[in-house]
Ligand binder design. Structure first.
Ligand code: GDP
Ligand code: MG
Length: 678
C-alpha cells in the first residue's frame, strides 16, 4: 500500500481511524488541505484517501481509513482498516472519537490499542457535546487509556495544532502502548497458552501476540489465513480448539461472546467514569429526540417517509420542467442551425438526427436528475435518511429481511452499480445475495428520463404522482421479491441493524451541492461516452441496409423491433419502436429515450407530442413499468457478476427481472383495459 519510496519521503505516516460520522473526513481535509488524492485500496473498491501535510518542515503522510465501529473481519471496510494497521504499521493512529457518543466510539479505541497501535484521540464534536450538556473529564480519560486526548472541533479547525503536535510526539517516541484489558482469569489462562505457541512461530513476529491470541479465540478466520503452514501452526490451532472448548465448559459462554462483552464493558465503564451530564437536561428531551419521536414513530414513520419522498418528486418536476423546456429550445435552435450549415446529406443526418436528436433527448434530463440528487443530498446531510433506514429496518425485519439491505436500496435510487457494491456491509452471505438480487428493482436515475418523457407527454399535471408511483412500485416489488427469496432460496435467521441515529444537522449549501455533483456528474459522463456511442450505433442501424428510408420499418432497427414486438402486444406496446428501444436500453436505460427519438424521427422538442399521439396513458404506464423492472443495464449486470462471483446468480437476476417486468407490464395493461382505462 505504501511503497518503500513513499515511506522514505514522508517522515511519518499517520492514519485516521474512527466510527462513521465522527468527523474523520473533515479532519483529514483540514490537515491535508489540497494535498490529497483519492483512489481505491488495492484489490477492493473501498475508497482510499491519502494526503500530505508539512509540519515543522517535515512531510507527514495522512491516510483516511474507512470509518468502522469495530476491527473484526465482518466487512470490507473493517478488513481494509485492520490490514492497514497490521501490515503497514503507521507511526501513529489518530482515533477520531465523537464526544457526544463516547461509549460506542471507545469500542473501536479499545481495539486499536489492543492491536498495539500508537493512538492519539481527537475528541471531536466537542461543541455538540457542550450543546448537549455532556461534560467529559479529558484528563481522566487520558489517564485511564494511557494516551493523549485532545478536544477538537474539526469543522472549525479547533484543536488541530495541538492534535498534530501530540501525534508527532507520540509517533516519535519509541514507547509501545501498554494497554491491556483483563478478560478474566479463565480466559487469561488460555490466552497465555496461545501466546506461548505464537512466540514459537517466527513468521508471526511482526504481529501483536496478545491480539493474535484474542483473534484466534474469537474464531476470526481471516487471522487464521495469515498463519504460515506447518506443524507449529497446527499445534497452535489444536490448542486453540482445546482452549475454546475448555473455556466454554467452564463458563458456559463461547469465547467470542466473552471477548466482545468484556470490550463493551470496558468501553462502557470508561464512559461512565469520565462523562457527566447535567441532570436538569438529562430528563428533558433534546430537539433531536422530540423530532425523532414523531418521525420514527411506529405508525407515523412510514407515512411520513412516503410524504417526504413524494415532496421530493414534486420539487424535482415543478422546478425541473421549465428548465427542460429551455434546453429543448437550445437543441432545437442548434439542430436548425446545423441543418442549414451542413450540406452533406449523410453527415447532416448523423449530426442532426443522430447526435443532436438522440443525445439531446437524453441531455435535457440533466435538470431533473440534478434536482433529484440535490433533494436526496439534502435529506442525507440533514440526518433524515438515517431515520428512513431505521424505520425501514423495523419494517423489513417484520418481513424477515435485513435492515442493512435498505441502505443499498436507497443508493440504488442513484445508480444500481454502487448500490450493489454497498451490499458488502452485510455480514451474512444470504442477506447479501438477496439484497443484490432485488437491487435492480430500485428505480435508478437512468430510468428517470423515460418516466419524464412518457409521464410528461401523457399525464400532464399528474406526472409527479405517476413517477412517484413507479418508484414506490419498485420498492414494493423489491420487498415482495426479497420475502419470496428469503422464504424459498435463502432460509435462515436475520440479525438486527444496530444503528445509532446521528443528530439532525442543518445541511450546508456547499456540502449539499458537492454531494449533488458527485452523484449527478456520472450521468453527464455517461451521456458523453456510452450513450453517445449507443446513439451513433442506433443511427447506423436506422440507415442500413444502404438506400433504405431512414428509421423506417425496413431499416435494420425496424426489422429488429418488428421481430420482438409481438412479445409486447399483450402489454399494449407491441410496436417496433418500443421493442427496439427496450433492446438498446440494455446498454443504459437512458438510451431508451435516445432510441425513441431516432425511430420516431423526432427532434427532442417534438418527441413528447409524437409520443402522445401514438400512445395511450395506459400503454405508456405499462411501458414505464417494463422499463423499471426488465433486465438491469450491462453495467449493473457486470456489478452483479463481480459481487456474487457467480454466472448462475447473474443469469438468475437477468432472467427473473425479465419475466417479472413482462408479467407486471401485461398485468397493468390487461387489468387497466378491463377497468376501462385504455
Ligand atoms: P466521517 O464520516 O467520519 O468522515 O465524518 P465527516 O467528516 O463526513 O463528518 C460528519 C459530519 O459531522 C459532517 O456534517 C461534518 O460537517 C460534521 N462535523 C465534523 N466535525 C465536527 C465538529 O467538530 N463539530 C460539529 N458540530 N460538526 C462536525
Ligand atoms: Mg468520511
Amino acid at each position: 500500500m505504501v511503497t518503500a519510496e513513499e515511506k522514505e519521503a514522508a517522515k511519518m505516516i499517520i492514519a485516521l481511524a474512527g466510527n462513521p460520522n465522527s468527523g474523520k473526513t473533515t479532519l483529514f481535509n483540514s490537515l491535508t488541505g489540497s494535498r490529497q488524492h483519492v483512489g481505491n485500496w488495492p484489490g477492493v473498491t473501498v475508497e482510499k484517501k491519502e494526503g500530505q501535510m508539512i509540519y515543522q518542515g517535515e512531510t507527514l503522510k495522512i491516510i483516511d481509513l474507512p470509518g468502522t465501529y469495530s476491527l473484526g473481519a465482518y466487512s470490507e471496510d473493517e478488513l481494509v482498516a485492520r490490514n492497514f494497521l497490521l501490515e503497514e504499521k503507521p507511526d501513529v493512529v489518530i482515533d477520531v472519537v465523537d464526544a457526544t457518543n463516547l461509549e460506542r466510539n471507545l469500542y473501536l479505541t479499545v481495539q486499536l490499542l489492543e492491536m498495539g497501535a500508537n493512538v492519539v484521540i481527537a475528541l471531536n464534536m466537542i461543541d455538540e457535546a457542550e450543546g448537549k450538556k455532556i461534560k467529559i473529564d479529558i484528563e481522566k480519560l487520558s489517564n485511564i487509556l494511557g494516551i493523549p486526548v485532545i478536544p477538537t472541533i474539526a469543522t472549525r479547525n479547533k484543536g488541530i495544532d495541538e492534535l498534530i503536535e501530540k501525534a508527532v510526539k507520540t509517533g516519535n517516541s519509541k514507547q509501545k502502548n501498554q494497554f491491556k484489558i483483563d478478560y478474566g482469569e479463565d480466559m487469561e489462562e488460555q490466552l497465555q497458552k496461545l501466546i506461548k505457541l505464537i512466540a514459537e512461530i517466527p513468521e508471526l513476529e511482526k504481529y501483536p501476540q496478545r491480539w493474535l491470541a484474542l483473534a484466534l479465540m474469537e474464531g476470526d478466520e481471516r487471522v487464521e489465513e495469515i498463519l504460515p503452514k506447518g506443524v507449529k501452526t497446527e499445534k497452535l490451532l489444536t490448542q486453540r480448539n482445546e482452549s475454546v472448548k475448555q473455556l466454554e465448559n467452564k463458563i458456559g459462554e463461547d469465547a467470542e461472546t466473552i471477548i466482545i462483552e468484556r470490550r463493551y464493558g470496558f468501553a462502557g465503564g470508561i464512559a461512565k467514569e469520565t462523562v457527566t451530564r447535567r441532570h436538569d437536561v438529562e430528563d428533558r428531551l433534546s430537539m433531536s429526540d422530540k423530532i425523532d419521536n414523531i418521525v420514527t414513530n411506529r405508525y407515523l414513520g412510514i407515512p411520513i417517509f412516503l410524504i417526504v419522498m413524494w415532496a421530493v418528486f414534486q420539487f424535482t418536476f415543478t422546478i425541473g420542467d421549465p428548465l427542460i423546456g429551455y434546453i429543448e429550445l437550445f437543441f432545437e435552435w442548434l439542430g436548425a442551425l446545423m441543418g442549414e450549415v451542413i450540406t452533406n446529406e449523410t453527415l447532416n443526418s448523423l449530426i442532426v438526427d443522430g447526435i443532436i436528436g438522440g443525445l439531446g433527448s437524453v441531455i435535457v434530463f440533466i435538470p431533473p436528475i440534478f434536482l433529484l440528487f440535490f433533494a436526496i443530498s439534502l435529506l442525507e446531510d440533514s440526518g433524515y435518511m438515517a431515520r428512513a433506514a431505521y424505520i425501514m429496518d423495523r419494517f423489513m425485519h417484520t418481513l424477515g429481511l435485513h435492515g442493512k439491505s435498505f441502505i443499498p436500496m436507497l443508493i440504488g435510487f442513484g445508480c444500481n452499480v454502487p448500490a450493489i457494491m454497498a451490499t458488502r456491509t452485510l455480514d451474512n452471505k444470504k442477506d447479501r445475495l438477496i439484497t443484490i438480487l432485488i437491487n435492480p428493482l430500485m428505480s435508478c436515475s437512468a430510468r428517470l428520463p423515460v418516466y419524464v418523457l412518457f409521464a410528461g407527454a401523457l399525464f400532464g399535471a399528474n406526472q409527479g404522482l405517476v413517477i412517484f408511483s413507479l418508484y414506490l412500485l419498485g420498492i414494493v416489488l423489491a420487498i415482495v421479491m426479497g420475502v419470496i427469496f428469503k422464504k424459498t432460496l435463502f432460509k435462515g435467521e436475520t440479525s438486527y441493524l444496530i444503528m445509532e441515529l446521528p443528530p439532525y444537522r442543518m445541511p450546508t449549501v456547499k456540502s449539499t451541492l458537492i454531494h449533488m455533483w458527485e452523484r449527478g456528474s456520472s450521468f453527464v459522463k455517461k451521456a458523453g461516452t456510452i450513450i453517445f456511442a449507443a446513439v451513433i450505433l442506433i443511427w447506423v442501424l436506422a440507415n442500413l441496409p444502404v438506400g433504405v428510408e431512414y428509421a423506417s420499418e425496413e431499416s435494420l432497427i425496424g426489422k429488429l423491433g418488428n421481430l420482438i414486438a409481438p412479445i409486447f402486444a399483450p402489454a399494449g406496446f407491441g410496436n417496433w419502436q418500443a421493442a427496439s428501444a427496450l433492446v438498446f436500453g440494455l446498454l443504459a436505460k437512458e438510451v431508451i429515450v435516445g432510441t425513441l427519438a431516432v425511430v420516431y424521427g423526432a427532434g427532442e422538442a417534438e418527441l413528447g407530442s409524437i409520443i402522445s399521439s401514438y400512445w395511450t396513458p395506459l400503454s405508456a404506464y405499462a411501458f414505464m413499468v417494463m422499463t423499471l423492472i426488465y433486465v438491469p443495464c450491462v453495467a449493473t449486470i457486470g456489478a452483479i457478476k463481480r459481487e456474487t462471483n457467480s454466472w448462475g446468480w447473474t443469469g438468475f437476476a437477468v432472467g427473473y427481472t425479465l419475466v417479472l417486468g413482462w408479467v407486471m407490464a401485461v398485468l397493468v395493461f390487461q387489468v387497466g383495459s378491463l377497468l376501462g382505462l385504455g
